[in-house]
Design a protein around this ligand. Sequence first.
Ligand code: C2E
Ligand code: MG
Ligand code: MG
Length: 696
Amino acid sequence: MAENVDAQHPGAHDALLQLIADTAPAMLAYFDARTLRCRFANAHYARNFGLTPAEAVGKTVREIVGDAVWQQIHTHVERGLRGEQVRYEREVLQPPAPPRHIESLLLPHFENGVLQGTVVQIIDVSRHHRVAQQLRDSEERMRKFAEVTTEALVMHRDGIILDGNEALSRLTGYTLDELAGRPVLDYICPEFRLYALQYMRSGREDRFDAAIPHKDGHRIPVEIEAKTMPEEGSPYRIVLVRDITVRQLAQERMDFLAQHDQLTQLPNRVRLNQLMRQALSLAGVHKRPLAVLSIDLDHFKTINDSLGHRAGDLLLCEVAQRLRGSVHAHDLVARVGGDEFVVVLTDAPSAQAAEIQASHLQRIIEAPCSIDGTPLVVSPCMGIAMYPGDGQSPEDLLNHAETAMQLAKEIGRRNLQFYSPAHDGQATDMLKQEQMLRQALARNEFELHYQPQTFTASGRLASFEALVRWRHPQRGLVLPGEFIGFAEARGLISAIDRWVMREACRQARQWQDEGLPPVAVAVNLSAVEFRQRDIAREVAQVLQDTGLEARWLHIELTESTLMHTSGQVHDTLLALKELGVGLAIDDFGTGDSSLAYLRRHPINQLKIDRSFIADVPDSEDGTAIVTAIVQMGHSLHLDIVAEGVETPQQLALLRDLGCGMMQGYLVAPPLPADQARTWQLQQLQHLHHSHTDHRQ
Ligand code: C2E
Ligand code: MG
Ligand code: MG
């Protein structure tokens, strides 16, 4: 076509070419190979060097571009003018304009194999440059970001790993070289792969939890969040892999806390219910019975109040450990309240078997323990409900076991009861009873009766035992057997015994003030609080307050008080002895009698339990036992008191054996204070009359 134009309008040829060239966005010029001078330049080219096209024509490259630029480009130009095709780029600095980038293309023009000239085409590539730079900048930014972030990042295109950061290597244990080129799904734990694949395919950008394998094989819980990065043609995905081990541990810890007792780490009631449901369904399938034990510690309140909460806490932990350590792994142990535990025996083929296991647990709990150096003994009360007989649901079984336990408590310490439907409703009775007992203290409903202890030889009064009674508003006079055990279990015994001690001392002193010959009063002290209160100090205070001399006070202890080789008990006994208070062992022979403790502790008196006296003189065994106790007492220089003497035959035998003192209905039952006073007066008169006949 150019030829056509050329042929038709020779003059227009150059003008048209010039027009077309001037409208092109590029700078165009032609240099003659022979003369090395410009033969053609479009306006754009010429203007770039401050010339018009006409001015440019005829000039050499050096003349057009100037020396400075020539220095930069002459090697390219010389190559071009030798016939090579050359492409080069350079930066153009023409302040104040912003730097530009231009790309020059030198195209050799041959005719018949002979170099004629070179076409120069220059285009402004500043925009490309800016874009490329921006891209480089953003890549740099991304790289730096990936470097500094502690989050693991992995980039993949269509599921094939392109790159990752240092944190990814740290997290997974794989080097980036090992990862690059591998399918990203290979590094997700199998159970999450399908989900991850769908997530990837649908281009989702939300988060999900999964797990990935570490190179060493362990699982790492992670949170994954991916973003699609647009890139021409082939977008890639950048994936953030966040280690959530800590978060998951915290979550697990929180779940654990919600379901476990913080102190003992045992399951709490919530968790117990879940575990029981599982155990029950298993037991149902295998048609196996199951025993639910509700366990409550006797006197826990007293321990907590007297030794402090820390000691109480330590004791609970100790009990928890003992329980857990004494049952099978598949049995359940839970703490469901202050001092209440539940054990579910999954291996109890019968009620008898359950009872054997429960008694075993009882003994284990009762073994002495040392809390912060203080020796302590606790005994549990237990209630047992059997599945399926006593209930089908965890709730029913727990309720029924608890009902049985409440009953066990009411009956006395260290007791074990099976549930029976007849027990229902008794628990509320118990609560009422506890409340009434508390009120009894406040309303002064207790009173003391005094039973004489006399010398067997002369019948003279040796002392009075003060025995507590409860003047119940509805039930009348209630004997201690009905509420002492309960009061011990409910932590009310201290208050009762304190009152008894003070009242007995006050009464003894009052009789003296009334002119009666001084007589000692004996008070009973519950074993628990003896071990857990500063008895000696309290006694000293009571004696001081009431003005009674110490020698007129006796304290009766049971063998269980002394059973343990506790330094504290011994110290207390010594302190009491120091005060001048008499010490007696009550109900001797019913507990774990041991010569050792009789020798060790400063005891004055043994009281032979009335069950032995009831047997004499008819039973040989009974007689033998009483004989042995009396002789042992003599050899240890202890006073011996026979309890529950009801017949003259018993008295006769005791006299023969040399048992010095007696107490029992034969002489007198426990008497209200005014009657005890009358009794004393009568005895004085009687003695006065028989004074000349008898001497004691
Ligand atoms: P204990 O200390 O062995 O008291 C003697 C018990 O034997 C008294 O029962 C008394 O009434 C009873 N008894 C006395 N002579 C005879 C008899 O000839 N035949 C029969 N069958 N029984 C006789 P009581 O008053 O019912 O007291 C029972 C137990 O309650 C006491 O046994 C004592 O261990 C406890 N107790 C009583 N008062 C208190 C108290 O103030 N504090 C504490 N911690 N316990 C107390
Ligand atoms: Mg007594
Ligand atoms: Mg007794």
